[in-house]
Design a protein around this ligand. Structure first.
Ligand code: ZN
Length: 123
């Protein structure tokens, strides 16, 4: 009998503790700080660019190929002197043809498309 009472008391305490802890969290609205206030350096510049409306500040989205001829190559923006470019040579290709592209040196992919690196101001 003593153990049954002890168990009942223990269960009542557990319920009360659980109830009180849930009630305490439900009454206070806990929020995290704004990421923009915590970010520094490159991450902060990225967040500021996105807040200003530039959803792709580092040009990481797929660039649709232009004519791809030697006279009118597909322009690839970069803030550096070189960039890795991946060409999906055919629509049904199962792999990407990666290559280095250097500023001032237009390059032709194996499929015949030409690419040219153009300067872009850094973020
Ligand atoms: Zn290609």
């Amino acid at each position: 009998m003593a153990s049954l009472c002890g168990r009942m008391t223990l269960n009542a305490i557990k319920k009360n503790v659980a109830y009180n802890s849930c009630r305490m969290f439900a009454s206070k609205k806990v929020t995290l700080g704004d990421p923009l206030e915590h970010a520094t350096g490159l991450e902060k510049r990225e967040l500021l660019a996105k807040a200003a409306g530039n959803a792709n500040p580092f040009d990481l989205c797929v660039i649709k190929q232009g004519p791809g001829t030697r006279e009118r190559p597909t322009e690839i923006p970069s803030a550096f002197d070189a960039r890795i470019v991946g060409c999906i040579c055919e629509e049904d290709a199962t792999s990407v043809n990666w290559m280095w592209l250097y500023k001032g040196q237009p390059k032709r992919c194996e499929c015949g498309n030409w690419f040219n690196l153009v300067h872009k101001a850094p973020v």
